[in-house]
Design a protein around this ligand. Sequence first.
Ligand SMILES: Nc1ncnc2c1ncn2[C@@H]1O[C@H](COP(=O)(O)OP(=O)(O)O)[C@@H](O)[C@H]1O
Ligand SMILES: [Mg+2]
Length: 242
Amino acid sequence: MTTTMSAGAVAPVPGAGVVLSLHGVTKEYPTTPPVRALQGVDFAVTEGELVGVVGPSGSGKSTLLHIMGTLDRPTAGEVTVAGYNLADLSDKDLSALRSRHIGFVFQQFHLLSGYTALDNVADGLLYTGMNVATRRGLAHRALARVGLEHRLDHVATKLSGGERQRVAVARALVGSPSIVLADEPTGNLDSKNSDAIVDLIRQINGDGVTFVVITHNREIAEAFPRTIGLRDGQIEYDSGVR
Ligand SMILES: Nc1ncnc2c1ncn2[C@@H]1O[C@H](COP(=O)(O)OP(=O)(O)O)[C@@H](O)[C@H]1O
Ligand SMILES: [Mg+2]
C-alpha cells in the first residue's frame, strides 16, 4: 500500500491470487422510483485474467465498473480489491487504493487535451510523489509498450482516436496497477482501431496484467479467455476461464 494509506486495523486479506471480488453486490440509485442497477452480483477475478463483461445498454455495466473501480460504493454486498475490503476504508484510503492498484480506460479516452502524450501518461504517477523526470521516464517506457514511442511530444488533440486510446492504455499501465478496468474501450473507434486496441489488451495481458473489459460487443467479449454476461443487473452467465 502507499504511504498515504492510514495505518491501523485495515490490512489486506490474503486470498489465492484474487485481485478483485464481489459478493452479493447490489446497487440501487435513490431516484423516484429507485433504480436497482445491480442485484446480487458475485464473481472474483484472479491475477493474470482477462475478463470480458458484456451486456446490452442499461444492463448495469457502467455501474459495475464504478463499483469495481471504487468510484462508487454498493448499496449492499462486499467488494475487495487487492485484498482490501472496501467497506473498511475511508474515502481517503479508497482514493489511495484506487491510485495505487487500479488503472482505468474509458470510451471517451479522458486525456488532458492541452498536454502531450508523455505528460498525459506521466500524470498517472502524480500520486506517487515521484519527481517529474522519473515520472516522464516511466511514461516514456509505457508509451513505448503501446507502440507510441514516436508520439511522445504530440499534444493529445493532434492524435488520432486509436492513438488517444493507446495513450490512455499507457496511462492506465504506468503505475503497474493490480488490475486495469476498461469501460467500452473500443466504443469510439472504427473497426480497424478497435481490433488494434483489443490486440493490444491481449498482448499486455500476455505480460501478466489483469484486465476486466466492459463492452456491449459480444464478439469482442466472447473472444476473451473468460466472459461474464450481464442482464438487468444480474449475472446471466459466467463462462469461467476457457
Ligand atoms: N446515476 C444514476 N442515477 C439513476 N439511475 C442510474 C444512474 N446511473 C445509471 N442508472 C440506471 O441504472 C441502470 C444501469 O445503468 P448503467 O450501469 O449505465 O448500464 P450500462 O452501462 O450497461 O448501459 C439503467 O437503468 C440506468 O438508467
Ligand atoms: Mg455504460
